[in-house]
Write a protein that binds this ligand. Structure first.
Ligand code: BGC
Ligand code: BGC
Length: 643
């Protein structure tokens, strides 16, 4: 439940004061106050004597004056407990009580996939109220250092009910339009700001090499140069040009460092086939394929980078000091902070103290714990006190985190700006997503059926389990972590869109039982993969779901011409469906704006998308990539543009 308890968010000292009115007790109160302060604050940085009481939904509350002014200044004033708190990121659902933010000086909280104010979903207003409330606890610490709240806004601010959901990265990559990516991420940025968060764990800059990977759709392309260009465009959209940040931008995260897209099939961790696995590649290959997007991200002033669950030649990335510290921070010159992935340091070994010291010494600056934050804090404290983690490493991590928070303008504006909240899901935002959907479509086959006539009199049959299902159309990382079928948010399905745009002389019929009795001139079958995220989407077959295959067979046998629209997170094995159909469109995971899918049907717009992934003929060709000498069904760069 969302914390409505006003009382809870009031500073303890105010409650105490109201209980006792005598001067004597006031002295006791002052003494108690002193006890709460572990170290005296130098006069210059001292907060106002009357700390403003943060209001829940703090748009109207006055920010406290932060007790330090720069990374170096803060570090010089902070206790070890305060420093370790800054390095700790907890999932908000894991908090025993919100006052733990104050007690443990927590520097960051996140919402995992589906981690809304009261379960999955929730409106932007409810999110902003929740985050502002958490912020009030951070501002009640001795130095009043603001909290940094992170979310996975990976295709729009996708955890929020009513937010605009864009195509996943695979579709944005197919559009080959970096200006559009920047515009899309500016919309996402504004919708993140509207929900009170200041940090997104995006863009994914993986270079997926094996289509069987469940995270392929989180990547723009199998070709590094595409990912470099698209990733840079996304970073500018989130952070502003040249790492501007400030109160009108949000912090971006390039993830997952590095070679998460290059793991060998069969080496997966956490019970997965390929996800979180081992990239068994030479350093030369890593430098050529997986590292370039990070070099480009750093030159575009990326503020944070997330380490990968995966390993490189047997060593977990979270333990890889050479790649994180020597290469990324040293040679490439990354000056932001590295955040670990969800519970990922726990995978280094079975000894948690070893995991903690190894990860921090290797270069992790902030740990996405995310649940057992008290254990993490006590473990890191012990490791520092035992001399296993040098104070210089702690100070470096904290300096990086604080400098980023200051650059974000959290010192002057820690609470949400509600003027963004009213624009979440606006028509203007949806129009950009609609354009993105349109541009992302890749036409793989057209025997002349497209574009459909605007003037003839004819009947269209619409079918398929993705035709009128917003959840299927949006895929994973949509309202919940794994996504789900059904109507989970605001948007337009393909079926709703075609009803709105069809010419008057065209008759439409929706067919849910494709084996039934019906006929038509044109059939449009919208099918695809059921929603999934991460390793749960790893596939050994890349097969068309059986329901999709039979819907295509059925509809194509009953209409004169049939069009297949495939909504998937990657290429699937489509050879027989391609042969059966008159036109075939790869529509990826388009998001909430189904109008983008119908824009192209009647010739109002043309097809412009091109494959950024080689399309395999058979799963046995995996991994199959541009330039590897294999001939797939369609090469990288393919896409028909007849109009
Ligand atoms: C994923 C990350 C994500 C994090 C927080 C992890 O499971 O690998 O991409 O940012 O969770 O939800
Ligand atoms: C969270 C995700 C996270 C995943 C990692 C889920 O419970 O909701 O955000 O990525 O766990 O396993």
């Amino acid at each position: 439940m969302f914390h409505k308890n006003n009382l809870h968010s009031r500073p303890r000292r105010v409650i105490r004061f109201s209980r006792f009115l005598s001067l004597t007790i006031a002295i006791v109160f002052l003494a108690a106050l002193m006890l709460e302060l572990p170290a005296p604050i130098p006069a210059a940085g001292r907060p106002p004597t009357k700390t403003p009481i943060p209001t829940v939904g703090g748009a109207t509350s006055t920010p406290s004056t932060v007790g330090c002014t720069s990374g170096a200044d803060c570090v010089s004033k902070m206790t070890l407990a305060e420093k370790i708190g800054q390095m700790t990121q907890a999932d908000h659902n894991a908090l025993t009580t919100p006052s733990d933010i104050t007690t443990y000086f927590l520097g960051s909280l996140l919402s995992g996939g589906g981690g809304g104010p009261s379960g999955a979903g929730g409106t932007s207003t409810q999110w902003a109220d929740m985050i502002d409330n958490y912020q009030s606890y951070a501002l009640n610490t001795r130095l009043h250092i603001p909290l940094l709240y992170g979310v996975d806004a990976v295709h729009g601010n996708n955890n929020i009910y009513g937010a605009v959901l864009f195509p996943h990265h695979i579709g944005m990559g197919a559009a080959h339009d970096t200006a559009l990516i920047t515009q899309a991420e500016q919309v996402t940025r504004d919708e993140v700001l509207g929900a009170g968060a200041r940090w997104t764990f995006a863009p994914g800059v993986m270079v997926p090499q094996d289509d069987r990977w469940g995270r392929e759709y989180e990547g723009y392309s199998e070709v590094a140069s595409d990912v470099q260009a698209d990733g840079a465009a996304a970073i500018v959209g989130f952070q502003g040009s040249n790492g501007a940040l400030g109160v009108t931008n949000i912090l971006a995260t390039a993830k997952h460092f590095v070679a998460d897209g290059h793991t060998k099939y069969g080496t997966g961790s956490s019970g997965y086939l390929i996800d979180q696995g081992d990239a068994q590649i030479t350093e030369a290959v890593l430098d050529a394929v997986d590292l370039p997007p990070y070099t480009t991200a750093v030159s575009n002033k990326i503020g944070s980078i997330m380490a990968s669950y995966s390993s490189w030649n047997g060593l977990k990335m979270h333990a890889n000091q050479y790649l994180m510290t020597t290469v990324l921070k040293g040679q490439i010159g990354f000056s932001g902070f590295i955040v670990s992935d969800w519970k990922a340091i726990d995978q280094i070994s079975s000894d948690y103290a070893y995991d903690v010291r190894t990860a921090i010494n290797a270069g992790i600056d902030m740990v996405m714990v995310p649940t057992a934050y008290k254990t993490f804090i006590s473990t890191l404290t012990n490791e520092v006190n035992a001399g296993n983690v040098p104070m210089s490493r702690i100070d470096d991590a904290v300096t990086r985190i604080i400098n980023t928070k200051i650059a974000l303008g959290l010192w002057t504006q820690p609470y949400s700006n509600r003027s963004y909240t009213t624009n979440v899901g606006s028509a203007a935002h949806r129009a950009i997503a609609q354009q993105a959907v349109r541009e992302s479509l890749v036409l793989l086959k057209n025997d002349g059926v497209l574009p459909l006539s605007k003037t003839a009199i004819y009947k269209i049959i619409v079918a398929g389990d993705h035709a009128d299902d917003l959840g299927n159309q949006t895929g994973g990382w949509s309202i919940s972590w794994q996504g789900s079928s059904g109507t989970h948010t605001v948007g337009t399905t393909f079926w709703q869109a075609i009803q709105a745009v069809k010419p008057a002389n065209v008759t439409l019929q929706f067919v849910s039982q494709t084996a039934g009795n019906y006929s038509g001139d044109v059939g449009i079958v919208v099918v695809g993969e059921a929603p999934y995220a991460e390793g749960q989407g790893d596939s050994s077959t890349l097969a068309m779901p059986s329901g999709a295959a039979s819907a295509i067979t059925n509809v194509c046998s009953k209409v004169t011409k049939c069009i297949v629209m495939l909504e998937s997170g990657r290429p699937l094995i489509i050879n027989s469906q391609l042969a059966t159909s008159n036109a075939f469109i790869a529509a990826w995971l388009p998001g909430t704006e189904g109008r983008g899918l119908t824009d192209v049907l009647f010739g109002d717009y043309g097809f412009t998308g091109k494959l950024t992934f080689t399309w395999p003929n058979a799963v046995t060709q995996e991994p199959i990539n541009n330039g590897d000498g294999q001939t797939g069904l369609f090469p990288y760069g393919f896409g028909i543009t007849p109009y």
